[in-house]
Write a protein that binds this ligand. Structure first.
Ligand code: MG
Ligand code: ZN
Length: 182
């Protein structure tokens, strides 16, 4: 069986509005172009979410709150015939020095091994330098979105020496670039 190509998605600020530690369903808002972009990509790619959720480690919300909120997102996507194969989350704080917080590559390695993914033909999409660092460390291509917190962090990329494959201000536009990338 041939290997799958994946789009690994950050969640907050990439798929949904980043409302700083949101966990209430009424605060969930899907960003413009996301549904259309995912539909566009799904003929060629399978989807995963990898999200840093330090709000759990900080005690702002529980794992159950996170799962309820995330399930709601997955249900909305499912109603649009978009399937996320698995959501990976890091509940830790940066200070915990865990091995699952982006840009550490634990979850990218799990995706490669569990789902037989061709990582060199895959993409990480996110709105934070740590998302791009994660993709680069995991040896896939990357999209930096200036949605969410992206615009605020755009200037940091150069000083951090982080070079995304694509920079875009809209998920659908990024999806089109991915589909035509050679
Ligand atoms: Mg984000
Ligand atoms: Zn972690």
């Amino acid at each position: 069986m041939s290997k799958k190509k994946a789009i690994i998605l950050d969640r907050d600020g990439t798929l949904i509005e980043d409302r700083n530690y949101a966990y209430k369903i009424e605060d969930l808002e899907i960003l413009s172009g996301v549904i259309e972009g995912l539909k566009y990509l799904q003929s060629d790619f399978v989807f995963f979410i990898v999200t840093n959720q330090s709000g759990i480690g900080r005690g702002y919300y529980t794992v159950e709150d996170f799962e309820k909120f995330n399930t709601h997102l997955l249900e909305i996507l499912d109603k649009n015939d978009i399937k996320i194969l698995k959501t990976y989350y890091c509940p830790h704080l940066k200070e915990d020095k865990c091995d699952c917080r982006k840009p550490k590559t634990k979850y990218i390695n799990e995706i490669i091994n569990e789902f037989n993914v061709d990582i060199k033909e895959s993409w990480m999409v996110g709105d934070h330098p740590s998302d791009i660092g994660f993709g680069i460390n995991g040896e896939c291509r990357t999209v930096f979105l200036t949605t969410g917190h992206g615009n605020k962090h755009l200037d940091e990329l150069e000083s951090l020496g982080i070079n995304p494959t694509i920079i875009s201000d809209n998920f659908l536009a990024a999806a089109k670039e991915i589909m035509t990338f050679h």
